[in-house]
Design a protein around this ligand. Sequence first.
Ligand code: SAH
Ligand code: SF4
Length: 395
Amino acid sequence: MTALVPSAPITQDVLTIPRKLPEGGPVNIVGLTRDQLRDALVEAGTPEKQAKMRVGQVWQWIYHWGVRDFGQMTNLAKDYRALLAERFEIALPEVVTRQVSADGTRKYLLRIAGGHEVEAVYIPEENRGTLCISSQVGCTLTCSFCHTGTQKLVRNLTPAEIVGQVLVARDDLEEWPIPGAPKDETRLVSNVVLMGMGEPLYNFDNVRDAMKVVMDNEGLSLSRRRITLSTSGVVPEIARTAEEIGCLLAVSFHATTDEVRDRLVPINKRWNIKTLLDALREYPRLSNSERITFEYVMLDGVNDSDADARRLVKLIQGIPAKINLIPFNEWPGAPYKRSSWERIEAFADIVHKAGYASPIRTPRGEDIMAACGQLKSATERGRKSKAQIAAEAQG
Ligand code: SAH
Ligand code: SF4
């Protein structure tokens, strides 16, 4: 068995923390679905008959107006506001640092319960902006080119912590409507991608609940077509993603033979290229969405030949797809090099000529280590050594 093959099967054994604070403590409203919020309000003494209306009011204050204080919820009676303040809280992850790149990209290091840290990255573009959020602390998977994969410590983020990343970014960008002011249609956070730390489909329920909150059209109101979930290929959860979330799907494909994909994306040993493609073929129909994004990291001499490009287009034949070529982002101790620009362009050309859009993702925020695959909390301790990473990459 090579060093890259984990001796134990890939599992999703991760710590989960209870959604509620210890008995008697306030319950965080952020991240609760409408049904959960309703139940919580009733449990706190809200009359059943009023519950639906109260949910709507509280929801709008938090997710439409960005209010963080029950005292400001002026359409609720004073004693009801006091009751809410006693029983609930509106808690967001704590911003430890905020770095702004020369290109405007913002990286937030956030502290969550248990002292863990995760990162979220905001990428401004003309007339829009994409927020890249995390779904886990670290990742149980060990893709050999990914910095997050070298982080040992893992726990699932709660829905509050996932939704909280969106709220933190909107707070920082001051993107909340001003009562009475004309509506500004250009959104700063117009898109959300689950492409930060972690494998979202190994935290399915929390990611789904969080996205329901983010998509709700009386609040943050991001349509399901403005949310892209990226998976390394957790095949059994792909159909559920279509049915229960309905967002756009991106898949970390990265190789055109099982031999190479086993090495780059070890989950391939569990669900190989064929099994993955079968699940992907069903996705557009099940989710009623358009194209699937195939992410393909360009690693010098590993997966970037003309033959790879030709195999790729053959494999995905019949799937409505866009191929996103990602120049490898280096990180300290990384065992790979980025393919040359000529190579990336030649690869893109073959894919393009076969009829697929093949954008090359411009690395953003590299100066602050905010680019794809560079995310990893700086204070995290249990990391692998350079030697270990290099040994694993050689397989
Ligand atoms: N776990 C999920 C989502 C997070 S990774 C997944 O793997 O899809 C988001 C994207 O960044 C994935 O396509 C991943 O393969 C890619 N990525 C990881 N490390 C990278 C690196 N060093 N350079 C470029 N892309 C990288
Ligand atoms: Fe995890 Fe995705 Fe990184 Fe692989 S690429 S280690 S699945 S975060």
